[in-house]
Design a protein around this ligand. Structure first.
Ligand code: SF4
Length: 389
Protein backbone atom coordinates (compact mmCIF):
# COMPACT_ATOMS: atom_id res chain seq x y z
CA UNK A 1 0.00 0.00 0.00
CA UNK A 2 1.15 3.52 -0.70
CA UNK A 3 1.82 5.71 2.29
CA UNK A 4 -0.63 8.58 2.36
CA UNK A 5 0.46 12.13 2.93
CA UNK A 6 0.00 13.68 6.34
CA UNK A 7 -2.68 16.38 6.48
CA UNK A 8 -3.35 19.06 9.03
CA UNK A 9 -6.63 19.36 10.94
CA UNK A 10 -7.46 22.51 8.95
CA UNK A 11 -6.79 20.74 5.63
CA UNK A 12 -8.84 17.75 6.74
CA UNK A 13 -11.94 19.73 7.60
CA UNK A 14 -11.58 21.96 4.53
CA UNK A 15 -11.16 18.97 2.23
CA UNK A 16 -14.17 17.38 3.86
CA UNK A 17 -16.24 20.28 2.58
CA UNK A 18 -14.84 20.52 -0.91
CA UNK A 19 -13.54 17.15 -2.13
CA UNK A 20 -15.55 15.12 -4.61
CA UNK A 21 -16.34 11.79 -2.99
CA UNK A 22 -15.65 10.79 0.57
CA UNK A 23 -12.33 11.91 1.89
CA UNK A 24 -10.22 9.15 3.34
CA UNK A 25 -7.10 10.05 5.17
CA UNK A 26 -5.21 7.36 3.41
CA UNK A 27 -4.81 3.64 3.09
CA UNK A 28 -3.22 1.36 5.63
CA UNK A 29 0.50 1.06 5.76
CA UNK A 30 2.50 0.60 8.95
CA UNK A 31 1.21 -0.23 12.41
CA UNK A 32 1.76 2.14 15.29
CA UNK A 33 3.46 0.31 18.15
CA UNK A 34 2.37 2.43 21.08
CA UNK A 35 -1.31 1.75 21.38
CA UNK A 36 -1.42 -1.42 23.44
CA UNK A 37 0.11 0.06 26.56
CA UNK A 38 -2.62 0.22 29.19
CA UNK A 39 -3.97 3.75 29.64
CA UNK A 40 -1.61 5.20 27.06
CA UNK A 41 -2.60 7.97 24.72
CA UNK A 42 -2.55 6.73 21.16
CA UNK A 43 -0.60 8.77 18.65
CA UNK A 44 -1.92 8.53 15.12
CA UNK A 45 0.38 8.77 12.13
CA UNK A 46 -1.34 11.95 11.03
CA UNK A 47 -0.63 13.76 14.23
CA UNK A 48 -3.63 13.63 16.54
CA UNK A 49 -3.64 12.31 20.08
CA UNK A 50 -6.36 9.77 20.58
CA UNK A 51 -7.67 9.04 24.05
CA UNK A 52 -9.29 5.67 24.70
CA UNK A 53 -12.86 5.96 26.06
CA UNK A 54 -14.45 3.28 28.19
CA UNK A 55 -16.95 1.30 26.16
CA UNK A 56 -20.65 1.57 27.06
CA UNK A 57 -21.76 -2.03 26.63
CA UNK A 58 -19.65 -4.86 28.01
CA UNK A 59 -19.45 -7.33 30.90
CA UNK A 60 -16.44 -7.96 33.09
CA UNK A 61 -15.42 -11.64 33.29
CA UNK A 62 -12.90 -13.53 35.41
CA UNK A 63 -9.15 -13.15 34.90
CA UNK A 64 -9.44 -9.58 33.56
CA UNK A 65 -11.38 -10.80 30.55
CA UNK A 66 -14.39 -8.91 29.15
CA UNK A 67 -17.39 -9.76 26.97
CA UNK A 68 -18.51 -7.09 24.50
CA UNK A 69 -22.28 -6.56 24.51
CA UNK A 70 -22.48 -4.21 21.55
CA UNK A 71 -23.04 -6.52 18.62
CA UNK A 72 -24.22 -10.11 18.20
CA UNK A 73 -20.66 -11.45 18.00
CA UNK A 74 -20.37 -10.99 21.77
CA UNK A 75 -16.57 -11.20 21.57
CA UNK A 76 -14.84 -12.49 24.70
CA UNK A 77 -11.55 -10.69 25.00
CA UNK A 78 -8.47 -11.38 27.09
CA UNK A 79 -6.38 -8.58 28.59
CA UNK A 80 -4.57 -6.48 25.95
CA UNK A 81 -6.53 -8.14 23.14
CA UNK A 82 -9.15 -6.66 20.83
CA UNK A 83 -12.53 -7.78 19.54
CA UNK A 84 -13.24 -8.88 15.97
CA UNK A 85 -13.81 -5.29 14.80
CA UNK A 86 -10.28 -4.30 15.85
CA UNK A 87 -11.31 -0.96 17.39
CA UNK A 88 -12.09 -2.06 20.98
CA UNK A 89 -9.43 -3.19 23.41
CA UNK A 90 -9.30 -4.79 26.85
CA UNK A 91 -6.86 -3.01 29.13
CA UNK A 92 -6.60 -4.71 32.48
CA UNK A 93 -10.26 -5.78 32.56
CA UNK A 94 -11.70 -2.45 31.39
CA UNK A 95 -12.95 -2.31 27.82
CA UNK A 96 -12.15 0.71 25.67
CA UNK A 97 -13.11 2.08 22.30
CA UNK A 98 -10.07 3.36 20.43
CA UNK A 99 -12.03 5.37 17.86
CA UNK A 100 -13.91 7.99 19.86
CA UNK A 101 -13.25 11.36 18.16
CA UNK A 102 -10.93 9.58 15.68
CA UNK A 103 -12.43 10.32 12.27
CA UNK A 104 -10.89 8.84 9.14
CA UNK A 105 -13.47 10.25 6.71
CA UNK A 106 -15.48 13.45 6.67
CA UNK A 107 -17.52 14.83 3.83
CA UNK A 108 -20.71 16.72 3.01
CA UNK A 109 -22.93 14.47 0.87
CA UNK A 110 -26.44 14.80 -0.49
CA UNK A 111 -28.75 12.83 1.82
CA UNK A 112 -29.82 10.93 -1.31
CA UNK A 113 -26.35 9.38 -1.47
CA UNK A 114 -26.83 7.39 1.77
CA UNK A 115 -29.42 6.65 0.26
CA UNK A 116 -32.34 8.25 2.08
CA UNK A 117 -35.17 9.10 -0.34
CA UNK A 118 -37.86 9.89 2.24
CA UNK A 119 -35.80 11.95 4.69
CA UNK A 120 -35.36 15.71 4.12
CA UNK A 121 -34.84 15.33 0.34
CA UNK A 122 -32.40 17.66 -1.31
CA UNK A 123 -30.51 18.52 1.88
CA UNK A 124 -26.80 17.97 2.69
CA UNK A 125 -25.51 15.66 5.41
CA UNK A 126 -22.13 15.90 7.12
CA UNK A 127 -20.88 12.34 6.83
CA UNK A 128 -18.36 10.90 9.23
CA UNK A 129 -16.60 7.57 9.78
CA UNK A 130 -13.85 5.91 11.76
CA UNK A 131 -11.92 2.77 10.89
CA UNK A 132 -13.44 -0.65 11.53
CA UNK A 133 -16.39 -2.95 10.93
CA UNK A 134 -18.01 -5.91 12.64
CA UNK A 135 -18.55 -7.91 9.45
CA UNK A 136 -16.46 -8.44 6.33
CA UNK A 137 -18.46 -8.11 3.13
CA UNK A 138 -16.48 -9.38 0.17
CA UNK A 139 -18.01 -6.59 -1.94
CA UNK A 140 -17.28 -3.74 0.49
CA UNK A 141 -16.80 -0.44 -1.34
CA UNK A 142 -14.99 1.14 1.59
CA UNK A 143 -12.74 -1.77 2.56
CA UNK A 144 -9.70 0.54 2.68
CA UNK A 145 -11.08 1.97 5.91
CA UNK A 146 -13.60 -0.62 7.13
CA UNK A 147 -11.29 -3.61 7.16
CA UNK A 148 -8.34 -2.12 9.02
CA UNK A 149 -7.48 -1.12 12.55
CA UNK A 150 -7.50 2.55 13.54
CA UNK A 151 -3.72 2.82 13.67
CA UNK A 152 -3.50 1.44 10.13
CA UNK A 153 -5.62 4.26 8.70
CA UNK A 154 -4.80 7.96 8.86
CA UNK A 155 -7.24 9.73 11.15
CA UNK A 156 -7.79 13.14 12.66
CA UNK A 157 -8.99 14.08 16.12
CA UNK A 158 -12.48 15.56 15.72
CA UNK A 159 -14.69 15.78 18.79
CA UNK A 160 -18.50 15.59 18.74
CA UNK A 161 -18.68 19.38 19.02
CA UNK A 162 -16.24 19.73 16.09
CA UNK A 163 -18.59 17.61 13.94
CA UNK A 164 -21.64 19.62 15.06
CA UNK A 165 -19.83 22.89 14.28
CA UNK A 166 -18.95 21.51 10.85
CA UNK A 167 -22.63 20.75 10.23
CA UNK A 168 -23.62 24.27 11.24
CA UNK A 169 -20.92 25.89 9.09
CA UNK A 170 -21.88 23.81 6.05
CA UNK A 171 -25.61 24.48 6.59
CA UNK A 172 -26.27 20.75 6.89
CA UNK A 173 -29.39 19.84 8.91
CA UNK A 174 -28.08 16.31 9.38
CA UNK A 175 -25.03 14.36 10.49
CA UNK A 176 -24.74 10.90 8.93
CA UNK A 177 -22.67 8.15 10.58
CA UNK A 178 -21.65 6.12 7.57
CA UNK A 179 -19.01 4.74 5.14
CA UNK A 180 -17.74 2.07 7.56
CA UNK A 181 -19.92 0.49 10.30
CA UNK A 182 -21.10 3.04 12.86
CA UNK A 183 -21.94 0.30 15.39
CA UNK A 184 -18.21 -0.12 16.05
CA UNK A 185 -17.79 3.60 16.76
CA UNK A 186 -20.94 3.61 18.87
CA UNK A 187 -19.78 5.92 21.69
CA UNK A 188 -18.45 8.57 19.28
CA UNK A 189 -21.73 8.45 17.33
CA UNK A 190 -23.82 8.48 20.51
CA UNK A 191 -22.06 11.53 21.98
CA UNK A 192 -22.17 13.36 18.64
CA UNK A 193 -25.89 12.65 18.11
CA UNK A 194 -26.68 13.96 21.60
CA UNK A 195 -24.61 17.12 21.04
CA UNK A 196 -26.16 17.59 17.60
CA UNK A 197 -29.74 17.43 18.84
CA UNK A 198 -29.03 20.20 21.35
CA UNK A 199 -28.05 22.40 18.40
CA UNK A 200 -31.06 21.45 16.26
CA UNK A 201 -29.02 19.14 13.99
CA UNK A 202 -30.49 15.72 13.22
CA UNK A 203 -28.63 12.40 13.12
CA UNK A 204 -28.99 9.45 10.77
CA UNK A 205 -27.14 6.14 10.75
CA UNK A 206 -26.18 4.02 7.76
CA UNK A 207 -25.68 0.57 9.23
CA UNK A 208 -25.61 -3.16 8.61
CA UNK A 209 -28.03 -3.54 11.54
CA UNK A 210 -25.66 -5.95 13.27
CA UNK A 211 -26.19 -4.65 16.79
CA UNK A 212 -27.72 -5.98 20.01
CA UNK A 213 -31.10 -4.70 21.12
CA UNK A 214 -30.09 -2.77 24.25
CA UNK A 215 -27.52 -0.50 22.56
CA UNK A 216 -29.85 -0.07 19.59
CA UNK A 217 -32.75 1.10 21.75
CA UNK A 218 -30.47 3.49 23.67
CA UNK A 219 -29.01 4.94 20.47
CA UNK A 220 -32.41 5.43 18.86
CA UNK A 221 -33.34 7.92 21.59
CA UNK A 222 -30.94 10.33 19.89
CA UNK A 223 -31.46 9.40 16.22
CA UNK A 224 -33.85 10.67 13.59
CA UNK A 225 -33.55 8.01 10.88
CA UNK A 226 -31.74 4.76 10.09
CA UNK A 227 -30.75 3.08 6.86
CA UNK A 228 -30.18 -0.65 7.05
CA UNK A 229 -28.21 -2.68 4.52
CA UNK A 230 -30.09 -5.94 4.22
CA UNK A 231 -27.36 -7.91 2.49
CA UNK A 232 -29.52 -10.86 1.43
CA UNK A 233 -32.30 -13.05 2.78
CA UNK A 234 -30.34 -16.23 3.47
CA UNK A 235 -28.09 -17.19 6.34
CA UNK A 236 -25.80 -18.82 3.75
CA UNK A 237 -25.06 -15.47 2.04
CA UNK A 238 -24.46 -13.72 5.35
CA UNK A 239 -22.08 -16.46 6.48
CA UNK A 240 -20.17 -17.00 3.22
CA UNK A 241 -20.06 -13.48 1.82
CA UNK A 242 -20.19 -11.24 4.90
CA UNK A 243 -18.99 -13.30 7.87
CA UNK A 244 -22.19 -12.32 9.64
CA UNK A 245 -25.69 -13.63 10.19
CA UNK A 246 -29.15 -12.64 8.98
CA UNK A 247 -31.31 -13.21 12.07
CA UNK A 248 -29.95 -10.32 14.20
CA UNK A 249 -30.43 -7.93 11.27
CA UNK A 250 -34.09 -8.93 10.92
CA UNK A 251 -34.47 -8.45 14.68
CA UNK A 252 -32.99 -4.95 14.36
CA UNK A 253 -35.52 -4.09 11.65
CA UNK A 254 -38.41 -5.29 13.80
CA UNK A 255 -37.09 -3.26 16.76
CA UNK A 256 -36.84 -0.12 14.61
CA UNK A 257 -40.44 -0.65 13.55
CA UNK A 258 -41.57 -1.06 17.17
CA UNK A 259 -39.71 2.10 18.17
CA UNK A 260 -41.43 4.09 15.44
CA UNK A 261 -38.05 5.09 13.95
CA UNK A 262 -38.03 6.20 10.32
CA UNK A 263 -35.93 3.70 8.36
CA UNK A 264 -35.18 2.66 4.81
CA UNK A 265 -33.68 -0.58 3.48
CA UNK A 266 -31.00 -1.05 0.84
CA UNK A 267 -30.29 -4.37 -0.85
CA UNK A 268 -27.17 -4.58 -2.99
CA UNK A 269 -28.00 -7.18 -5.63
CA UNK A 270 -24.92 -9.27 -6.45
CA UNK A 271 -25.29 -11.41 -9.60
CA UNK A 272 -25.71 -15.15 -8.84
CA UNK A 273 -25.31 -14.67 -5.06
CA UNK A 274 -28.54 -12.99 -3.87
CA UNK A 275 -30.52 -12.29 -7.04
CA UNK A 276 -32.93 -15.24 -7.30
CA UNK A 277 -36.62 -14.51 -7.80
CA UNK A 278 -37.44 -16.86 -4.92
CA UNK A 279 -35.16 -15.11 -2.43
CA UNK A 280 -36.33 -11.64 -3.45
CA UNK A 281 -39.98 -12.71 -3.13
CA UNK A 282 -39.37 -14.10 0.35
CA UNK A 283 -37.53 -10.94 1.38
CA UNK A 284 -40.15 -8.52 0.06
CA UNK A 285 -43.02 -10.53 1.53
CA UNK A 286 -41.31 -10.52 4.92
CA UNK A 287 -40.63 -6.77 4.75
CA UNK A 288 -44.23 -5.98 3.83
CA UNK A 289 -45.77 -8.29 6.45
CA UNK A 290 -43.41 -7.56 9.35
CA UNK A 291 -42.47 -3.92 8.72
CA UNK A 292 -45.36 -2.59 6.66
CA UNK A 293 -45.91 -1.41 3.07
CA UNK A 294 -44.43 2.07 3.56
CA UNK A 295 -40.82 1.06 4.22
CA UNK A 296 -38.77 2.26 1.22
CA UNK A 297 -36.60 -0.48 -0.28
CA UNK A 298 -33.71 0.34 -2.63
CA UNK A 299 -32.30 -2.34 -4.95
CA UNK A 300 -28.81 -1.18 -5.66
CA UNK A 301 -26.45 -2.10 -8.49
CA UNK A 302 -23.29 -4.02 -7.61
CA UNK A 303 -19.95 -3.18 -9.21
CA UNK A 304 -16.97 -5.54 -8.90
CA UNK A 305 -14.69 -4.56 -6.02
CA UNK A 306 -12.58 -5.81 -3.08
CA UNK A 307 -12.80 -9.62 -3.03
CA UNK A 308 -15.54 -10.02 -5.65
CA UNK A 309 -13.95 -8.97 -8.91
CA UNK A 310 -15.01 -12.02 -10.92
CA UNK A 311 -18.69 -11.06 -11.25
CA UNK A 312 -20.15 -8.48 -13.65
CA UNK A 313 -22.13 -5.41 -12.58
CA UNK A 314 -25.77 -6.22 -11.82
CA UNK A 315 -27.84 -6.19 -15.04
CA UNK A 316 -30.43 -3.41 -14.92
CA UNK A 317 -33.16 -5.95 -15.78
CA UNK A 318 -32.36 -7.80 -12.51
CA UNK A 319 -32.90 -4.60 -10.51
CA UNK A 320 -36.13 -4.01 -12.41
CA UNK A 321 -37.25 -7.56 -11.56
CA UNK A 322 -36.52 -6.94 -7.87
CA UNK A 323 -38.51 -3.69 -7.98
CA UNK A 324 -41.46 -5.43 -9.64
CA UNK A 325 -41.37 -8.22 -7.05
CA UNK A 326 -41.40 -5.64 -4.24
CA UNK A 327 -44.36 -3.84 -5.77
CA UNK A 328 -46.24 -7.13 -6.24
CA UNK A 329 -45.54 -7.98 -2.60
CA UNK A 330 -47.35 -4.75 -1.67
CA UNK A 331 -44.44 -2.38 -0.96
CA UNK A 332 -45.31 1.19 -1.89
CA UNK A 333 -41.80 2.57 -2.42
CA UNK A 334 -39.39 0.31 -4.34
CA UNK A 335 -36.38 1.94 -5.97
CA UNK A 336 -33.61 1.09 -8.42
CA UNK A 337 -30.25 2.39 -7.14
CA UNK A 338 -26.92 3.22 -8.85
CA UNK A 339 -28.61 3.59 -12.27
CA UNK A 340 -28.88 7.38 -12.77
CA UNK A 341 -31.79 8.42 -14.96
CA UNK A 342 -33.82 5.23 -14.35
CA UNK A 343 -37.55 5.66 -13.77
CA UNK A 344 -37.12 3.58 -10.61
CA UNK A 345 -35.34 6.54 -8.96
CA UNK A 346 -38.56 8.55 -8.64
CA UNK A 347 -41.19 8.50 -5.89
CA UNK A 348 -44.76 7.82 -6.95
CA UNK A 349 -47.88 8.44 -4.87
CA UNK A 350 -49.33 5.13 -3.64
CA UNK A 351 -52.82 6.61 -4.06
CA UNK A 352 -53.00 8.12 -7.56
CA UNK A 353 -49.59 6.92 -8.93
CA UNK A 354 -48.59 10.49 -9.78
CA UNK A 355 -44.83 11.14 -9.65
CA UNK A 356 -44.26 13.26 -6.52
CA UNK A 357 -40.45 13.38 -6.43
CA UNK A 358 -38.34 13.29 -9.60
CA UNK A 359 -34.66 12.48 -9.15
CA UNK A 360 -31.64 12.16 -11.40
CA UNK A 361 -28.89 10.48 -9.45
CA UNK A 362 -28.56 12.43 -6.20
CA UNK A 363 -30.30 15.54 -7.59
CA UNK A 364 -33.92 16.42 -6.84
CA UNK A 365 -35.46 17.73 -10.05
CA UNK A 366 -39.01 18.11 -8.70
CA UNK A 367 -40.70 17.62 -5.33
CA UNK A 368 -44.44 18.25 -5.12
CA UNK A 369 -45.03 16.75 -1.67
CA UNK A 370 -46.80 19.31 0.52
CA UNK A 371 -47.34 18.77 4.25
CA UNK A 372 -46.43 15.11 3.76
CA UNK A 373 -49.16 14.57 1.16
CA UNK A 374 -49.58 14.17 -2.58
CA UNK A 375 -50.95 17.45 -3.92
CA UNK A 376 -52.96 15.62 -6.55
CA UNK A 377 -54.97 13.27 -4.33
CA UNK A 378 -54.03 14.23 -0.73
CA UNK A 379 -52.73 10.70 -0.06
CA UNK A 380 -50.11 10.78 2.74
CA UNK A 381 -46.55 9.95 1.57
CA UNK A 382 -44.64 8.21 4.36
CA UNK A 383 -41.40 9.88 5.37
CA UNK A 384 -39.79 12.82 7.16
CA UNK A 385 -40.27 15.77 4.84
CA UNK A 386 -39.67 18.73 7.13
CA UNK A 387 -37.51 19.50 10.12
CA UNK A 388 -39.46 19.41 13.37
CA UNK A 389 -39.63 22.90 14.76
S1 SF4 B 1 -18.56 -4.54 18.50
FE1 SF4 B 1 -16.56 -5.44 17.97
S2 SF4 B 1 -15.75 -6.24 19.91
FE2 SF4 B 1 -17.95 -5.86 20.21
S3 SF4 B 1 -18.91 -7.84 19.81
FE3 SF4 B 1 -18.96 -6.67 17.91
S4 SF4 B 1 -17.10 -7.26 16.77
FE4 SF4 B 1 -16.86 -7.94 18.92
Amino acid sequence: MKRSKTVSRREFVKAGITAAGALYLGCPDVLAASESAAGAVITGKSGGEFTPYEAMFYKKLEDARVECQLCPRECKIADLERGYCGVRENRGGTYYTLVHSRACALHVDPIEKKPFFHYLPGTPAVSVATAGCNVECKFCQNWQISQFRPEQVNSMKLTPSDIVEHAKRSHSPTIAYTYTEPVVFYEFMYDTARAARQEGITSVVVSNGYIKEEPLVELCKHLDAVKIDLKAFTEEFYKDTCSGSLKPVLETLVTLKKLGMWFEIVVLIVPTLNDSEKELKEMCTWVCEELGPDVPIHFSRFHPTYKITNLPPTPVRTLEMARRIAQEAGLNFAYVGNVPGHEGEHTYCPGCKEMVIKRVGYTIVKNTILNGKCQNCEHPIAGVWDLKV
